[in-house]
Ligand binder design. Sequence first.
Ligand code: HEC
Length: 169
Amino acid sequence: MKPTVPLLAVTMMLAGASLAAAQSADTAMDYDDGIRAYTADDVPTFNIAEDGTVDWPTFSGFRRYHAECHVCHGPDGEGSTYAPALKNSVMRMDYYDFLEVVASGRARTGASGNSVMPAFGTNQNVMCYIEDIWTYLRARGAGELDRGRPAQRADKPEAYGEMEAQCMG
Ligand code: HEC
């Protein structure tokens, strides 16, 4: 007869869930290593200036996402009938879990059919740019980047170019 107790329990669960979400969704830039921006937890993040100029890695992530992931996950990280909206996934997923899924893939079989996320671990066109793709998707998920091609971007940092050349070997 007293609904207050279960209601309180639900409220506390929701509070706990949103606290966890707030932690994993920390996108604030803390520092830049000359290649890209990072949060205080050393997780790559975007750096978008007030005039909308997007940092090079985030712009690169936009391009790589649309070259490698768009076909299943839909334009702009919005999702499709086949695969989830990654702009939302990255706001609740741990960065290292994200890397793991992309590198190793994931398959699910069910009554409604098979759904397969391919493993990209040996694909340089994905793995050399995976931080960029993460950063781009987080900018989308945080609501800091509109759909479509970013209108303005910063130049490619020299250190980024060196890292890229080394990775692509
Ligand atoms: C051939 C289609 C296909 C391509 C290409 C593809 N994915 Fe996926 N991906 C899927 C499917 C299907 C799932 C859902 C798998 C499942 O049901 O567990 C998925 C799941 C994921 C997940 C887990 C999402 C979550 O909410 O748990 C991540 C992260 C992911 N993909 C990242 C990527 C990235 C990054 C790329 C591009 C480099 C990419 N995927 C390209 C089909 C694809």
